[in-house]
Design a protein around this ligand. Sequence first.
Ligand code: ZN
Length: 590
Amino acid sequence: MNKISRSIIVVFSLLQINQAFAGNELTETDIKFSNYKERFVKGLWKVYPAWASSVGYHNYDNVLTVPDEKSRLIETAFCMMHLDSLKNYNLSSLSDDNKTDYHLIENQLKYAIWGIQEQKAYEWDPSGYNVSGNFADMLTNDYDKLEARLKHFYEKLAYVPTYYAEAKKNIKNPTKEHTALAIEQNTGGISVFETDLQDALKKSKLDAGEKANITARAATAVAAIKNYVEWLKNLDNTKPRSFRLGKELYDKKFEFEIQSGYNAQQIYEKAVAHKAELHEKMFELTTKLWPKYCKGKVMPSEKLTAVKQMIEVLSKNQVKPDSFQSAITKQLPQLTAFIKKKNLIYIDSTKPLVVRKEPAYMAGVAGASITSPGPYDKNGKTYYNVGSLQGWSAERAESYLREYNQYILQILNIHEAIPGHYTQLVYANQSPSIIKAILGNNAMIEGWAVYAERMMIENGYGGYNGMFSTESSPEMWLMYYKWNLRSTCNTILDYSVHTKNMEQKEAMELLVKEAFQQTAEAEGKWKRVSVSQVQLCCYFTGYTEIYDFRQELKNKMQEKFNLKAFHEQFLSYGSAPVKYIREMMLQQVK
Ligand code: ZN
């Protein structure tokens, strides 16, 4: 459940079109469309050089797009042209794989135009201007010789002063929250051009003169960043815009970002109903578990108070700090064995997950995450990074282990690895598509991982008899529901804050009282919702859509429905929006 899993992308080869459609005869339209996709992607990188670098396409590393009116016109023209090109292809005559790619391209183009013409974040979000991340990648990612990367670094530095000058021209009555964020992040990024750069120069074989030139140009860039920060601090902003996006923009952004079959309000209403359902079930389980864990103690009559106390008791079931890493690692073969035993989905045993201890640059981030190679990194490996609590204070470790207790740790493994993100990735790689690698639908990716959590527990994972359980234990269910409340309440929070004026006090009430979160976590969430929009909804929306679709298909197919076949077919379409996968699968049932 973290940022790294966002980069779940696949290795591809555009030339292997035939392989990509194994079993599906290619029509002439498909061949034409596949060639078109190649041209589209090439053009895309020219218009978005920073995006290109971030996915491992390094031809434009030495370019920085200056955010002026001209660049917005170029971007708009590019999008219009390609929306026009798409009209040359008859959607219904394309293969399923190309159909979903068509939808993803069209959505991306419309989203970009909407961003420029309607959302206009370049006017009110000063944190959108920050060059440090892009430059930092050039120093830390080892895709080319250090000297070559430093040469591009030097050429790109030349754009920085103009970049910030244009940023200042764009900004009009920015929100206070995004202004504060911009000040914080731009200030934090300065070290890239000072210490990080100097460290890299020391390691490089450049001569003294070249090093001096880069250092001098970096100093000019730093001056431009500092000037921008000072300008923001002193901005005469008497009528700041609200950080709340407002219903009209929010609904549209939801449509583009999530690409769901439901609209934002429908998802919000589903989340509210789901929360009430979870509370009921949690109270039932608490009543059942109370005599076992709190014998002799009177159960509070207020439902949520009783549930909270039971969660606190169960959270004491923790691993020892020094066996955190091994506990996570040990579970992986158990998950695979359980899935086989229960016949839930085919797991390709030739592609085992490579578990590694967290690399140095991730140190301090406990838990687990998947890193997968970018679309241009053909030899890259997929890793499961497992963090340790080494060097943590006893207090910090205790608080972390309370949150990631024995129950939640298993759910985390399901989500990140098997059959969550990692399994989805293996299936996606079977029909490689550059389009899905760069424009893959995040709600589908996260939704699958969240769906996998519930599916495993429904099938008895975490029961008393281990692999042979037909029913998961009430303890596991209760803790799972608590976990599931997080994504449910994220959706309620995001929609309420941006479209219904929810205040911070109400938000804290929702997260702490109704979702049983610690105050610190809830405060962090408030900060996040005040500078982001819609993204917090992707987990619950994807999950709900997959779950509802499974129910729909079950009702249609009756006894012919097979869970394993459902999972395998569902994943065979790659990271496409659930609504299109549903459409294609329903057609086959007909
Ligand atoms: Zn995730």
